[in-house]
Design a protein around this ligand. Structure first.
Ligand code: NAP
Length: 338
């Protein structure tokens, strides 16, 4: 098989396409011939040596892929050779052949594009956890979604619109027209305007019921101040700690210094909640996560949720793909195809 290896931390060019022996499935596993692998921001942080959960270098990362089952272990009941699946991978996703436990691979409904399905697992599960499982988003809610044009942002937007919520999104100005076409109610160019002031203006001072923030640092404090009574803030990343192509300890330190501490007394008196989410720390809850993912795939099959695939790069162009994301050019998911 072919894999994209990170031999050490560095810029996108550090990645190498290497050959490795094909893996054999164990009794509860399936082997998948990969159609596409999803790129996530965590992969980029890992490449830069800024992702604490990544395996040690040299490593092959990647949290998600889609493809066709080409072998099944003796104990696998619900998947067969030839089935089209989307798979959650605990690293190793940047490969043209994958072996995963059957619980991590979900059969795709007919009509769902196989390549696009690689963009389903991570962003939709993250958004689903925050908005559905924890946030109980519904009609009448107003939701602030940061980086609304990114993978998680667009997944969150689709879930919110399906549930009847109003969405305020922050994004680079160039992404606003497409976001509006996709149902975003209010777009804020966070570079041109202070998003906290804009949220207050848009909501006539009331604030939002839910805020999703993976920007980190000072943004966490500002998002908290955007909440209305009973508001919930979900913290799930720190993109602002990684502004360049290589590790920037100064930016990370600045972000850490500006990260707020939420005091219990203030939370009580403010009637607000702050919740952290890290999908990568939920592998021990796989059956529950699988239940949520089954529902996401079902909704994708019904056309309620549609992965937005911005660009597809060949495995040989992995460096270009990472550059594309780090230049903030992506609108939705970027995939790698073998
Ligand atoms: N905790 C979890 O379980 C979990 C799971 C998935 C993702 N995440 C986090 O969620 C965030 C978004 O992930 P994603 O996969 O949706 O990312 P993505 O598709 O790559 O989109 C990221 C968007 O964020 C904006 N951005 C802000 N700061 C950036 C920076 N320093 N470099 C590049 N883009 C930046 C850009 O939009 P603009 O041009 O509009 O600024 C960019 O398009 C990341 O921080 C990621 O680590 C967390």
């Amino acid at each position: 098989m072919r894999q994209i290896l990170f031999p050490k931390a560095g810029p996108p060019e550090v990645m190498q396409l290497v050959e490795a022996p094909d893996p054999e499935p164990g009794p509860g596993d399936v082997r998948v011939r990969v159609a596409a692998a999803g790129i996530n921001f965590a992969d980029i942080s890992a490449r830069m040596g800024m992702y604490q959960d990544a395996p040690p270098f040299p490593c092959v990362i990647g949290y998600e892929a889609s493809g066709t089952v080409e072998a099944v272990g003796a104990e696998v009941k619900d998947l067969a050779v030839g089935d089209r699946v989307a798979a959650m991978t605990r690293f190793g996703g940047y490969s043209d052949v994958l072996v995963v436990p059957a619980l991590q691979a979900v059969k795709l409904p007919e009509g769902l594009d196989l390549v696009a399905a690689a963009g389903l697992p991570v962003t939709y599960l993250t958004a689903w956890l925050m908005l559905m499982h924890l946030g109980h988003v519904g009609e009448g809610d107003t939701v602030l979604v940061h980086s609304a044009g990114g993978g998680v942002g667009l997944s969150a937007l689709q879930i919110c619109k399906w549930r009847g919520a109003t969405v305020i999104g922050t994004a680079s100005g160039g992404k606003h027209p497409r976001l509006r076409e996709m149902g975003l109610d209010h777009a804020i160019d966070y570079r041109a305007a202070d998003f906290e002031a804009e949220v207050k203006r848009i909501t006539d001072g009331a604030g939002v019921d839910i805020a999703l923030d993976a920007v980190g640092g000072e943004s966490f404090a500002k998002s908290y101040r955007c909440l209305t009574d009973f508001g919930r803030l979900y913290l799930f990343g720190v993109s602002s700690f990684n502004p360049g192509l290589t590790r920037n300890l100064f930016a990370a330190l600045k972000g850490i210094v500006k990260t707020p501490r939420f005091h219990p007394f203030n939370l009580m008196n403010d009637n607000k909640g702050v919740h952290g989410v890290n999908l990568g720390h939920l592998w021990h809850r796989l059956p529950a996560m699988r239940g949520m993912f089954d529902r996401i795939v079902e909704l994708a099959g019904e056309g309620v949720l549609t992965p937005v695939i911005d660009a597809t790069f060949d495995f040989t162009q992995a460096a270009e793909a990472h550059h594309y994301i780090q230049a903030r050019r992506n609108f939705g998911k970027v995939l790698l195809t073998p």
